[in-house]
Write a new protein. Structure first.
Length: 130
């Protein structure tokens, strides 16, 4: 698994390009680091979302459709995937799994990538109000 620290994630999200290649040979040029939707976190919403994505010949996401999770996390995963940019050789249809978890941890939010198969977003529970 290619684990990307949140600090590196902010670098990538700010427009820096990076290349990563998954086990199936799909090349990702730009990753927009996902966040845990604040309302989902406050409501304790967790789950797994599958995003089916179509990539054009220019490497841009042409369509992204999320399913399997609650609406708050489906929407966040879908919107995040639309910001990714793939290598032109990745043209076609793929699926990426987004896993949203709430668990006790020292960091507020941790994001890890197993590109392009899985994105895992883990956040701490909300304490004492929002």
């Amino acid at each position: 698994m290619k684990t990307v620290a949140l600090a590196l994630g902010f670098l990538l999200a700010s427009g820096a390009m990076a290349r990563a290649q998954g086990a199936d040979g799909v090349c990702v040029k730009h990753i927009s680091v996902p966040t845990y939707p604040p309302l989902a976190r406050a409501a304790g919403v967790q789950g797994t979302v599958q995003v089916d994505v179509s990539i054009g010949s220019d490497g841009k996401v042409r369509s992204a459709k999320a399913s399997g999770g609650r609406e708050l996390i489906n929407k966040a995963a879908e919107e995040n995937m639309r910001e990714w940019i793939f290598c032109s050789s990745a043209q076609g249809n793929y699926s990426t799994k987004y896993v949203y978890l709430i668990e006790e941890q020292n960091e507020p939010t941790r994001v890890s990538f197993d590109l392009p198969e899985e994105v895992k977003i883990v956040t701490s529970p909300v304490r004492g109000g929002y």
